[in-house]
Ligand binder design. Structure first.
Ligand code: NAP
Length: 325
């Protein structure tokens, strides 16, 4: 039988779990669909489960491991009664109200939940090269976030892969710490905006490796060097670096909502400025799925709080509107 809920939160990164803490404390008895461990795009805990030490989340002066931080957020949400399910939403229908959410496969005859409101917190994923050793060494020299991990590469030689604005921004930021930064790009011209490209090219610590890609990441327990392949000659060479920042773009996890929620030209969910409201009344979005700019755990958590408050107010107005019954 389909269960009826005040609010279903889809996603369990910092945004989803902060929304869970707030909505649970507001007695809304939220259900959190935290995802399934086997899945890379919607695993419980989100992107912080793929990081090691987090030093910039306020309140942890000694730093905290990403998975530990997420375990704490999860316990905090549970403490106030959030109903966290290790399940993945497989289909949603936001064209009807109450909204319908399936977790037992998209073809099940009945939805698993009906909900007066939905908070979308499905996050985003960094695009990766897809190399087996890249995945194994993620958090051990391979990183997708210079703001998070740059500090660990003081006086090191490191590499950034990508030719867009993200790669330039990451490389420039990393020069604050690193001794040298090589930008490895698969073509001989950059996709990045003129100003960002110029800044990177003018930086003395940055060197470019053109028409090339990383064909393997070498290292037992952390990155020791890269195998770089020149895509024109086919030749491979070794690059002695202890860090690889992958900056080839991000993909927001929006597949579930396509055709229902408005997406921007960059594929991210659109929310109304200064709020977490989407184009559908009663559906709110927070965290990286609607943020292509900041992408930090703390900004995701902050927007999760906004979504919970917006939801609480919306439900209050909804339940006090005579026609809503
Ligand atoms: P992007 O513009 O899509 O650039 C991705 C880069 O990665 C491209 O250079 C691409 O090469 C390369 N790439 C993609 N897949 C690859 C693969 N499998 N192997 C090797 N290289 C690969 O992504 P982005 O840099 O993250 O930027 C996304 C958007 O955010 C852009 O609109 C950007 O302007 C904006 N942004 C702005 C700022 C800023 O203004 N401060 C900062 C960051 C991002 P090709 O060029 O050959 O396709």
């Amino acid at each position: 039988m389909t269960a009826k809920r005040n609010v279903v939160i889809i996603g369990s990164g910092p945004a989803g779990l902060t929304a869970a803490v707030y909505t649970a404390r507001a007695n809304l008895e939220p259900v959190v669909l935290e995802g399934e461990p086997s899945s890379t795009s919607d695993q419980p805990g989100g992107q912080l489960m793929l990081t090691t030490e987090v030093e910039n989340f306020p309140g942890f002066p000694e730093g905290i491991m990403g998975p530990d931080l997420m375990t704490r957020m999860r316990s905090q949400a549970e403490r106030f009664g959030a109903d966290i399910r290790t399940q993945k939403a497989s289909r949603v229908d936001l064209t009807v109200h109450p909204f319908e959410i399936w977790v037992d496969g998209p073809d099940a005859p009945e939805p698993t939940f009906r909900a007066d409101s939905v908070i979308v917190a499905t996050g985003a994923q960094s695009l990766m090269l897809g190399l087996p050793n890249e995945a194994r060494l993620l958090g051990f020299g391979v990183s997708t976030c210079a703001t998070c991990d740059g500090f660990f590469f003081r006086d090191r030689d490191i590499a950034v892969i990508g030719g867009g604005d993200s790669a330039m921004e990451e490389a420039i930021f990393l020069t604050k710490f690193a001794r040298t930064v090589r930008i490895i790009h698969r073509r001989d011209s950059l996709r990045a905006s003129h100003i960002m490209a110029e800044r990177a090219q003018a930086n003395e610590k940055i060197r470019f490796i053109w028409n090339s890609t990383v064909s393997d990441v070498i290292g037992k327990t952390s990155v020791e060097r890269l195998e770089v392949q020149n895509l024109q000659s086919g030749k491979t060479s070794t690059l002695e670096v202890t860090g690889l920042f992958v900056a080839i773009g991000h993909r927001p996890n929006t597949d579930l909502f396509k055709g229902q929620l408005d997406l921007g030209p960059d594929g991210y969910l659109r929310t109304q400025p200064g709020s977490s409201r989407t184009n559908i009344d009663g559906v709110f979005a927070c965290g990286d799925v609607q943020d292509s700019i900041y992408r930090q755990a703390i900004t995701a958590a902050g927007s999760g709080c906004m979504a919970a408050i917006d939801t609480e107010r919306w439900l209050e107005a909804f339940h006090h509107t005579p026609t809503s019954h």
